[in-house]
Every structure is written in C-alpha cells, then in structure tokens.
Design a protein around this ligand. Sequence first.
Ligand SMILES: [Fe+2]
Ligand SMILES: [Fe+2]
Length: 363
Amino acid sequence: MVATKPPKNQSENQFDELRPGVKAPAKDSILTPRFYTTDFEEMANMDVSNNEEELKAIIAEFHVDYNRHHFVRNEQFDGAWDHIQGEKRQAFVEFLERSCTAEFSGFLLYKELARKLKGRNPLLAEGFDLMSRDEARHAGFLNKAMSDFDLQLDLGFLTKSKKYTFFKPKFIFYATYLSEKIGYWRYITIFRHLEKNPEDTIYPIFNFFDNWCQDENRHGDFFAAVMKSQPQFLDDLKARLWCRFFLLSVFATMFLNDIQRKSFYALLGLDAREYDIEVIKKTNESAGRLFPIILDVENPKFFAQLDECTKHTAAVSNISQSGQNKVIQTLRKIPHITAIGSKLISLYFIKPIRVEGDRGIVR
Ligand SMILES: [Fe+2]
Ligand SMILES: [Fe+2]
C-alpha cells in the first residue's frame, strides 16, 4: 500500500519518510511489534481432531463474518485533523503505526500459515485464512487512518524489511492466544472509557473498537481451542512454566511500552498505568479459563517491580536520544538493562496462582 495523496503540509509531521507521505517504519527495538515465523511442517502435522467440534463451531462463526461491513470509513472521518499538532500528533501517529504494524504482523503470520497448511491440515488452514481476513481489515483501516495525518505505511516494504522472529508452533500458540486476548481487553477498555467520556474521543477510529475487539476475542478463542486439543501444552510442569513466562512477557512488554507513551493515553483522558493495570488484570483472568496457572497480579510486588522497570527503560531511552557515541551509549545502558532483567526474573518467581478452571482439555 502506498500513499494515495500527497502531504498537505509536510512540516506538520516530524517523521522520516521513505517517500513523500510514506512513513519510514519505526526502528526495531525489543519493545516494537514483531513479525513471526514458525515450523510450518510441525504445524501441518499437528493433530487437532480431538477438539474438532469446537474448532468447527468457531470457524462457522468466522464465516458469519459479523464485521463484514464494519470497517467502512464514513462521514465521521470527514473532518480535518489539523487540531492534533506537535507532540500530540507524533504520539497519535506512533499509536496508529504500532497498532497497524501489530495487526499486519498477525495478517502475515496467519496468511502464511493458511497457505502452507492448505490441503495438509484443512481445519487449521481455514481458521488461519479467516483470521487473516480480519487482520487485513484491521491493518488496512489503521493505515487509512494514518493517511488522515498525511502519512501511510508501505506494508509491502515492511514485509520485506522487517526481521522475522522464529517461534516453535507451541510458542506461537501461547503468544498469539495472549496477544489476541490482550488486544481484546485493550480495545474494549478504551472503547468503554470513551463511551463514558465522549469529549475525549479526539478521533473517530475509537468508535469502531467495540465490534473490532470482538474479532480479537474470537481469534483468541480459536487459539484456545487449538491448545485444548494439545493437552501437553497446558497440563504439565513444563506447560505451567511456559504459561508463566508468556504471561509475564506479554504483560511486561505492554506495561513498559505504554508507560513510555503515557502522553498518548493522556490524549484520551486515560492514565496509562491505571489503564494497563486494568488490561493486565482482565487478561490474566481470561487466561485462567485456559492456562493451568495465572500470575499473582494482586501481589503488591508485581506492579511495584514493573514500576521500577519503567524507570530503567526511561533511562535507556534517554541514553539513546543523547546523541553520544554508540559505544558509550551501550556502556551506559548495561546497568539499566541488567536491572530490568533481574527485576523480570524476580517477577517470574512470584508464586503463580493455580487454576483448574473450565479448560476442558480434550483427552
Ligand atoms: Fe486484529
Ligand atoms: Fe486478531
């Protein structure tokens, strides 16, 4: 996708551009949205037959396609967005870009899985294909929104230029299940807040978040159904340790990212920390319906340690912006990165909560 209109006033945006109106992708860091790839052979050979009924029911729901006509840019978008300027504009465009990249990353992975699994694992292939349909809509809608700010992402360029992280299928399932569920809670929490505080709706895209988040919720349910067909992903010690690891990684990444971008949440009248705590608690609770453990997020140490981490991530980002020699920068960053690492390890060792829940593992 490329720019459809030339920028009205380039000075309004302070971003690097690939071409006029096409934003250069944000530089990769440990906290930027990733693109994933996996072992397609292993995925193709995965036997999901013992939870076929549930998978078929979810796929039938995907086919209903509740949001077929939802992502249509209507008159709400006719306004001009020049009132969002300066740092606000930067924070806003960055939010759109990160969201678009994350949605597009889902699209690429699901589309590739659908393609590779076609004819070999038809049920999974069909599910992935229908989810890629949804993610393409989400990414496209966000990219269109960027054009309201006279920028777009070149998704073709992004596909070729981004590094892909390899995850074994089992880890793809933990990670995507959680990112779909956390995506649901992120969107619905913003939507509900703006429903109560309509004066904070500075841009109409948020009005679309209600039906949108239902797509993410259904995607999460699809991954849950696949995992239930693989009891070894959920019911032994190794599974409990991995669930703990993925819960913490997903929560910590979101928390550290959002606190760094609190100015964006403030634009919507939200306190980034409170918002994240709410989203983390809800996602943790949702995960308890599938995972054998959840994190003890009520333990006072939990958010206290994450708060400590945010001080170090702020220090790292200040060093990055200092313009100093790269070697000096790296040396200055080491103690902060070590501190973040040790705090994350201590968070990992907070005793989790065992849940027997309604996992309904199929044996
Ligand atoms: Fe999505
Ligand atoms: Fe999704």
